[in-house]
Write a protein that binds this ligand. Structure first.
Ligand code: ADP
Ligand code: ZN
Ligand code: ZN
Length: 647
């Protein structure tokens, strides 16, 4: 008899991730088995062999589900994720492995259609060749590929993947969930015969089939998909590319709240593989870390298509009402441009990234905006209490009746939403085909579903949020209009400036990709705000310098580690009382250099009939935060290590 530690894929009891089982036949680490726990049967992963015969009764392994074990890197990844994010191993395995492993499936794995496949060949330009050379010289480990929008990063990825395959290694290419329609996927499937494509709409059975095919094959694979594609168990990993690596969708919002970049970093380290983080606007944290650890940052600063020229950019000051003679928030310039473009068969994209509902407080006369002096984030209006409050540190102030900057009485609290823009444009232009794309879009009306209409220009005016800001390359698109570039700056979050800059740079990058003239019109209440002016110029270096200084002064990442704790109670009093009690307890038990902010109401203060309050901890060491997590009272508290947003 042999004995093994097996981790079930369901939580059995807290604090116990694995149990000992017996097997007559030797098992391998990484094998998937069926075991009984109490009266239930569960799937489990063999973690290790137990050297000494246990002195208690041990149940036998009921069934071996797959003869072939998971490659050891993925077993290590599961254990690492569990420890790093303080999440039960069973919960990690539910993310890492397809569900229903024990079911017999009839579904076959579907690979990307080979219709596109025509073995196209791109001749790399000198920028691309240099980038490729630099990435190759860097050997294994992480490289940032910092290439402006339209610089041709995809062709570099394709070349890297070809090299990996030629070396007998597999390559994984991660793309943000919402840009699966992007050219990236199309281009990859025209270069490689069998691309394994995953997406979130796959059924359990399809997912299982794809996973199993990857597990069983020995030939090198090319895998493209959202962050979960990272978990397809390839045999010998040579390369991971993360496209648009700054995108928030690489962070999982549910437990395990892991970041795909961190997980990819761990995997490539274990496999001695390369990790390439591609972006026109790398995240401040990644860029800072690369600089401070001496990892290469490879730049591509020119447009790939010869003779393409940059769009002409106009900035409209929203505080000057003379620019808005025809409409309250759509300037005369924007309306005139829509009329001119659609009159000559061209497209206009109207961008507005208004999500969340916290009204912001600003002066319509001078553009002043109420902000927290400690956290540099906007204050949120609490109309019932007649006060403005910081949702991070709880700083409060009265709602001003006149502007503290210019003295004018035009203080307003409001936000414009994409639905409003749509109804206004439909009212103004009943004959035009106008389509809105955002988080509320019905599933049969998505960018993917309507891609053809977008591409051939039969949609005249495209309205949308971040959903349309990236990845799209539309030949008929002539103008990008940004309704209120500073709208995102009003979110009470430390990452608001960065997100605003990224989106502005991305959306402007939708035009100026071809050898003809294009326009960008940006409206803003804060036309001189550095984030806006730098975004308009797509000046990453300038923005980076500014953002790093601000993060340094306000003690946010990369200068500190963050932990967000959130509780939910039926009454507000209970939420506050418990949050205060926890804050006190943490203050006593943690080192004094851990800063405890709050309690404050959560951004989404009242969700699901409950009151949510939160604490934010800042610490010079991540381990202190893990220590805090281990003290949380069970059930009522949720936690997130390394949150990319405090909302
Ligand atoms: P990025 O992802 O860096 O924004 P893309 O990879 O989408 O840029 O490339 C922008 C455009 O340039 C695409 O239409 C692509 O086909 C084209 N392109 C890329 N490399 C070359 C090249 N070497 N020669 C000509 N066109 C290229
Ligand atoms: Zn003012
Ligand atoms: Zn504050």
């Amino acid at each position: 008899m042999k004995y093994y530690e097996v981790a079930p894929t369901q939580i059995v009891r807290s604090g116990a991730d694995s149990f000992t089982y017996a097997s007559e036949h030797p098992l391998e680490i990484g094998q998937l088995v069926r075991v009984s726990v109490g009266k239930k049967l569960m799937n489990g992963l063999v973690l290790k062999a137990v050297q000494h015969t246990p002195n208690y009764v041990v149940k036998p392994v009921e069934q071996v589900l797959e003869d072939r074990p998971l490659p050891k890197e993925y077993v290590q990844l599961a254990e690492w994720l569990s420890g790093y994010y303080m999440t039960p191993l069973a919960v990690v395995l539910q993310t890492l492995l397809p569900s229903g492993l024990h079911k017999n499936r009839r579904v076959k794995a579907t690979f990307s259609s080979v219709d596109n496949y025509k073995r196209t060949h791109i001749v790399l330009n000198s920028d691309q060749q240099n980038a490729l050379g630099d990435i190759n010289n860097a050997g294994s480990g992480t490289v940032i590929l910092h290439g402006i929008t339209g610089s041709g990063k995809t062709a570099v990825y394709i070349e890297l993947v070809k090299q990996a395959l030629a070396d007998g290694k597999s390559a994984v290419v991660l793309v943000p969930e919402i840009s699966l329609t992007s050219q990236v996927v199309a281009e990859f499937s025209s270069h490689f015969k069998d691309v394994v494509l995953t997406h979130s709409r796959q059924t359990e059975a399809e997912r299982h089939a794809v996973w199993r095919t990857v597990l069983m094959t020995d030939t090198p694979q090319v895998i493209i998909g959202p962050r979960s594609a990272l978990f397809l168990p390839v045999r010998s990993l040579g390369l991971i590319v993360i496209d648009e690596a700054h995108e928030p969708s690489y962070k999982q919002e549910q437990s395990p709240r892991y970041h795909a970049l961190r997980a990819a970093h761990f995997l490539t380290e274990q496999s001695k593989a390369k990790l390439v983080l591609g972006s026109a606007t790398p995240s401040i944290v990644d860029y800072y870390l690369a600089k401070s650890t001496g990892r290469p940052i490879v730049a591509m600063e020119h447009l790939a298509i010869k003779n393409a020229y940059k769009p002409s950019v106009r900035l409209i000051d929203m505080t000057k009402r003379t620019h808005f003679k025809r409409h309250r928030f759509l300037s005369d310039a924007v309306l005139a441009q829509i009329e001119q473009d659609t009159g000559s068969g061209k497209q206009v994209l109207v961008f507005h990234n208004r999500r969340g509902s916290a009204p912001t407080t600003l002066c319509e006369n001078c553009g002043w905006q109420a902000g927290c002096p400690n956290c540099f984030v906007p204050l949120t209006l609490h109309a019932d209490a007649h006060e403005l409050r910081c949702h991070i540190c709880n700083f409060t102030s009265h709602v001003p009746t006149s502007c503290p900057q210019c003295g004018h009485a035009s203080i307003i609290h409001k936000g414009i939403g994409t639905k409003l823009i749509e109804s206004e444009l439909k009212r103004l232009y009943p004959k035009l085909t106008i389509a809105r794309f955002d988080g509320d879009t019905a599933s049969d009306q998505t960018v993917e579903q309507r891609y053809k209409e977008l591409h051939d220009g039969s949609i005249d005016v495209i309205i949308g949020t971040q959903v349309i800001a990236k990845g799209l390359d539309l030949p008929k698109l002539h103008t990008v209009a940004v309704v209120q570039a500073d709208a995102g700056l009003s979110l009470p979050d430390y990452g608001s400036a960065e997100r605003t800059f990224q989106l502005l740079a991305q959306v402007i990058g939708r035009v100026g990709r071809r050898p003809h003239d294009t326009n960008v019109i940006v409206q803003s209440y804060q036309p001189t705000h550095p984030v806006i002016t730098l975004g308009l110029k797509q000046d990453y270096a300038g923005f980076y310098a500014l953002a790093v200084e601000q993060r340094r002064r306000s003690h946010f990442p990369p200068f500190t580690y963050l932990l967000k704790l959130q509780c939910a109670y039926k009454t507000e009093a209970a939420a506050i009382r418990n949050a205060k009690a926890l804050a006190e307890q943490l203050k006593r038990s943690l080192p004094s250099d851990v800063q405890i902010l709050g309690p404050t109401p959560a951004f989404y203060e009242r969700a699901g009939g409950q009151y949510r309050w939160q604490l934010v901890l800042k610490s010079p060491k991540r381990a202190y935060l893990q220590q805090a997590v281990s003290q949380l009272p069970p059930a009522k508290w949720q936690f997130e290590l390394d949150p990319i947003s405090l909302l």
